[in-house]
Design a protein around this ligand. Structure first.
Ligand SMILES: NC(=O)c1ccc[n+]([C@@H]2O[C@H](COP(=O)([O-])OP(=O)(O)OC[C@H]3O[C@@H](n4cnc5c(N)ncnc54)[C@H](O)[C@@H]3O)[C@@H](O)[C@H]2O)c1
Ligand SMILES: [Zn+2]
Ligand SMILES: [Zn+2]
Length: 339
């Protein structure tokens, strides 16, 4: 079978490998149908992901058909369509015992610490395989994982109906956060520096769009909320400045959700947190969000049609990476098809 390998930073190769074998009786062999390219795959390609080890088959956004199941597998069977939950946790550390497996002390992510979904077949544990409707087009199903990231950000920020949520950045992640916040009944203000991205956000239901190149977003959010500030601010720009701005723009008793893996320190005066009992939290991957997002999908609440705006065949993997690099202002999601 073919596998998309990032051998070392900057070295992307299509290689030939044996079809992986089930190792445990709880394993499932999945025939991959689509894999999505995420910003973090590009970071791995460029050697800018602190967690990855090379060589690595990339890909943590993948869907496919169950080809074979171990003898103890009960929840899925051959032929089922599944989306993969791309994280492996130990089940024993403090985070795992708290039900926060995504923050496991020894978290392993497909395509980062273990081989990912950019290959024709992959073995995953039964509990990582979530059944999806068999009539759902594969090219839409592969968007489930990115929407779980948005669901997690809203879950962490405890977004409530009636809250004003300010999302910084209308990139892929910012948009999935926005869709989730709207489903929960929030009013959404979203910023970006690319008008086309803001226009698409508006199409998907943003209440207010702000071009951060043209306006002072902190001032503008305070103006829209009549001095209150946003109740929940999510930083999906992930720069030194965006984290600082997120603090300045959030209301008393508000929450700041930080998506960033940035290593540059931001400067934040502690009084800004104590004064209004602001809560700052990180959000990473997701925990328990797959069933929630699959349910939204069944209820027709996700804008899956048209969200991915470029599709290539798996054989065109190099073109797809090249396209991702050259079209950052227009690309939302690029997917590769194994059919
Ligand atoms: N914590 C997690 O679980 C998680 C998961 C995926 C991605 N991320 C992180 O989230 C970030 C966003 O990911 P993405 O895939 O959406 O990237 P992206 O590049 O698609 O989105 C970033 C957006 O921010 C916009 N932007 C840049 N400067 C801005 C500014 N000053 N104000 C407003 N908008 C601005 C860009 O135009 C772009 O649309 C990345 O840093 C990524 O590492 C975190
Ligand atoms: Zn991703
Ligand atoms: Zn653990």
């Amino acid at each position: 079978m073919k596998a998309g390998l990032i051998e070392a930073p900057g070295v992307l190769k299509m290689v030939e490998r044996d079809i992986p074998k089930l190792e445990k009786d709880t394993d499932v062999l999945v025939k991959i149908k689509r894999v999505g390219i995420c910003g973090s795959d590009m970071h791995i390609y460029h050697g800018k992901n602190a967690f990855v080890t090379y060589p690595r088959v990339w890909g943590h956004e993948f869907v496919g058909e169950v080809a074979e199941t171990g003898s103890a597998v009960t929840s899925v069977k051959a032929g089922d369509h599944v989306v993969a939950e791309p994280i492996l946790s130990c089940g024993e550390c403090y985070a795992c015992r708290q039900g926060r497996r995504n923050a496991c002390q020894t978290l392993k992510v497909f395509g980062v610490h273990v081989e990912g979904g950019a290959q024709e077949y992959v073995v995953i544990p039964e509990k990582n395989a979530h059944i999806i409707p068999s009539d759902l087009p594969w090219s839409q199903a592969v968007l489930i994982e990115p929407f779980t990231i948005g669901a997690q950000a809203c879950y962490r920020g405890n977004v409530q109906a009636g809250d004003v949520v300010f999302i910084m950045g209308a990139g892929t992640i910012g948009l999935t956060i926005m869709v989730n916040a709207k489903i929960l009944g929030a009013t959404v203000i979203i910023s970006d520096i690319v008008d086309g991205k803001l226009e698409y956000a508006k199409e998907l239901g943003a209440d207010y769009i702000l071009n951060a190149k043209e306006v002072d977003v902190v001032k503008k959010v305070l103006e829209i909320t009549e001095g209150m500030g946003a109740n929940v601010t999510v930083d999906a720009v992930c720069s030194k400045e965006s984290f600082e701005q997120a603090i300045d723009v959030t209301s008393t008793a508000g929450r700041v959700v930080e998506m960033s893996f940035n290593t540059t320190p931001s400067e934040i005066a502690p009084v800004k947190l104590a004064k209004g009992e602001m809560t700052i939290m990180g959000s990473r991957h997701q925990t328990g969000r797959f069933p929630v997002v699959i349910e939204y999908l069944k209820q027709g609440k996700l804008p899956l049609e048209g969200f991915a705006n470029a599709e290539f065949s798996f054989d065109q993997m190099h073109e797809a990476f090249d396209y991702a690099e050259k079209n950052t202002d227009t690309v939302r999601k690029i997917i590769l098809s194994m059919e």
